[in-house]
Write a protein that binds this ligand. Structure first.
Ligand code: DC
Length: 237
């Protein structure tokens, strides 16, 4: 793993934004970078997924802006760190496993496009990041949530590499993946997330683009951590 000197841990606490499409490698990178730096890791996708789970359980159609907005008013989504793992709590209950299910994955883009949802989530994410020392990953961190982040990354990868990674994740969870179905699902989510009106998936102008297709996780982490070193040492913008 990447070794990062003690002094960086006590140095200025940065806000690091990592955006990118589904299965681009941002989650694992964000988690390991945060671990390396002793920073907090916020998986903002998990927050949208938790709300989506509640919408589905309540039988509200994901496209129903009013119904989703009403439910949102009585919903509490929190992330709690327990050792190495960050737990997602929906109204106080751990929903870490349920939010990764296929039904939630299929509905999450439709729920997260509503402006009431985005406002509430962005407010909460800004609150969590207000003191710095944080790595946030998502779709709109560098463009909307923290446009003044100290460092912004935009991760991409070829569709084959992304489907392969998602397939490996599923296999690890004991599910046999259907690869062509996975490619379709990822492409559909990309286009919904990129085409929505409010804070679409988009690279911030000042984000560093990283194509992870041929990079190992360790290389991805090292690349980000090296940039952090540059900022902290004042050798980088
Ligand atoms: O990162 P993920 O695949 O778990 O995210 C799930 C969905 O949540 C994604 O398809 C779109 C939405 N999302 C979003 O709209 N904005 C974010 N900052 C993060 C996720």
């Amino acid at each position: 793993m990447v070794h990062f000197g003690e002094r960086y841990l006590s140095a200025r606490k940065l806000v690091i934004a990592i955006d990118g499409p589904a299965a681009s490698g941002k989650s694992t990178t964000a988690r390991l970078v945060a671990e390396t730096l002793g920073y907090l890791h916020i998986d903002t996708g998990a927050m949208y997924r938790a709300l989506t789970l509640k919408v589905l359980r309540a039988g509200i159609p994901p496209a129903d802006a009013e119904g989703v907005g009403r439910l949102l008013a009585t919903t509490h989504v929190a992330l709690r760190r327990e050792g190495e793992v960050t737990r997602v709590l929906l109204d106080g209950v751990d929903v870490n496993a349920e939010i990764r299910s296929r039904v939630v994955t299929r509905a999450v883009s439709a729920v997260s496009r509503h402006s009431s949802v985005r406002e509430a989530m962005v407010r909460e994410q800004r609150r969590m990041g207000s003191e710095g020392g944080i790595v946030l990953e998502g779709r709109d961190i560098g463009t909307v949530v923290f446009p003044d982040a100290d460092l912004k990354f935009f991760m991409t990868a070829g569709i084959e590499a992304r489907a392969r990674r998602r397939g490996e994740e599923l296999r690890a969870g004991g599910i046999a993946p259907d690869m062509s179905g996975l490619i379709e699902e990822i492409q559909e989510r990309d286009s919904l997330d990129s085409a929505r009106e409010v804070s679409p998936l988009k690279k911030a102008e000042d984000a560093i683009e990283v194509d992870t297709s041929d990079l190992t996780i360790e290389e991805q982490v090292r690349l980000v951590v090296e940039r952090v070193r540059g900022v902290v040492e004042g050798t980088d913008a």
